[in-house]
Design a binder for this molecule. Structure first.
Ligand code: AMP
Ligand code: MG
Length: 324
């Protein structure tokens, strides 16, 4: 079983040594828990892929503590800098031209690398102790629900990893927004997240196309066509989404509403007290983890309307309910 580490300096030192020596560990970020390893070394990177069962064609996001760390691994344009300065530290991942220091295994052979400066104080304290960047995809078996609490990591990966750094509940609750500004005339949103398309467009002063061609992902034709999406973030229990009117449920099914005010029965659950989207995002994966253990026939999940964070939540719900 994994040993739980906390924020005290001795634990952070121990973890930094473990990572420097090629080990991997689960660490909290403001989005979800990541499975972290030295991004410039082949052995930890290979461990990350094998522990997650992640296909090699799916490149990893590399986490650094500051701009110096970004520049050590990637080429940064003025446009990248402007966007990074607005949203970092935080849940934004930028696709940058990579430098030769980054191994091909991290980027799935691409000449670009996905980079993020996270804001969670614990992962920042850890990064400051490491003289190297950390590759860190979500700390869950490939395709399963992303972890937002240390218990989730323990449940899904506990026997395969040595350490979990306990940072409590991840505030954001869904993965980072991924943007590519490689072609400055055609900025692309590769994944929706907490940072909405609208605030990115406002920052760069032009419109951003929602791209469906992130490497490692099957094409996504239309955000609300769950059947066409690559399955991801999914519980083992059958999941169906609904909006507006109540779904037809059978015995042994459960309904997960956005707002607690909608709950009427024993097998009704809510993602928030009042329907507030930040709370919905924060609770989504935790609710799925907990309900996945209950043996329900089907979970019916209410989908939010709107853009920004609502669109990102809808994206995750759609993928989580996609057919295998
Ligand atoms: P995950 O680590 O599972 O949260 O997801 C990482 C995401 O980043 C995947 O969807 C990748 O397709 C995307 N990604 C990572 N590296 C690159 C890259 N060099 N270019 C474009 N997308 C990338
Ligand atoms: Mg993931």
């Amino acid at each position: 079983m994994a040993r739980i580490l906390h924020s005290d300096p001795a634990h952070l030192d121990l973890l930094a040594h473990h990572l420097a020596a090629g080990g991997i560990a689960a660490v909290p970020t403001e989005t979800v828990y990541g499975l972290a390893g030295h991004a410039l070394e082949a052995v930890p990177v290979a461990k990350i892929f094998s522990v997650k069962g992640r296909p090699r064609r799916n490149p990893l996001i590399v986490h650094v503590s500051d701009w110096e760390g970004v520049e050590a691994i990637a080429h940064v344009t003025d446009l990248d800098r402007m966007v990074g300065e607005r949203f970092w530290p935080g849940p934004l991942t930028l696709i940058l031209k990579k430098k030769s220091t980054v191994p091909a295994s991290v980027t799935a052979g691409l000449d670009t690398v996905a980079v993020r400066i996270p804001s969670h104080p614990l992962v920042r304290a850890l990064l400051r102790r490491c003289s190297f960047p950390l590759a860190a995809p979500s700390a869950n078996p490939f395709g399963y629900i992303s972890p937002t609490r240390p218990e989730h990591v323990e449940t899904a990966l506990g026997p395969s990893i040595d350490y979990i750094l306990d940072g409590g509940i991840c505030e954001g609750g869904i993965e980072s927004t991924i943007v590519s500004l490689l072609d400055p005339d055609e900025p692309k949103l590769l994944r929706q997240g907490a940072i909405g398309l609208e605030s990115l467009e406002e920052t760069i002063g032009q419109s951003i196309r929602l791209s469906t061609d992130a490497p490692g992902e099957k094409p996504t034709r239309g955000l609300l066509s769950p059947g066409l999406m690559e399955r991801h973030y999914s519980p083992h229990t059958l999941l169906r989404t609904f909006r507006g009117s109540l779904p037809k449920t059978g015995k042994g099914d459960a309904i997960v509403f956005l707002n607690a005010a909608s709950c009427r029965g024993a097998h009704h659950f809510a993602l928030s007290a009042t329907g507030q989207l930040e709370e919905v995002a924060r609770n989504l994966y935790d609710r799925l983890y907990r309900l996945d253990e209950k043996g329900y026939g089907t979970l019916f999940l209410e989908v939010p309307e709107g853009d920004g964070l609502a669109a990102a939540i809808r994206d995750r719900m759609g993928r989580a309910s996609a057919s295998p």
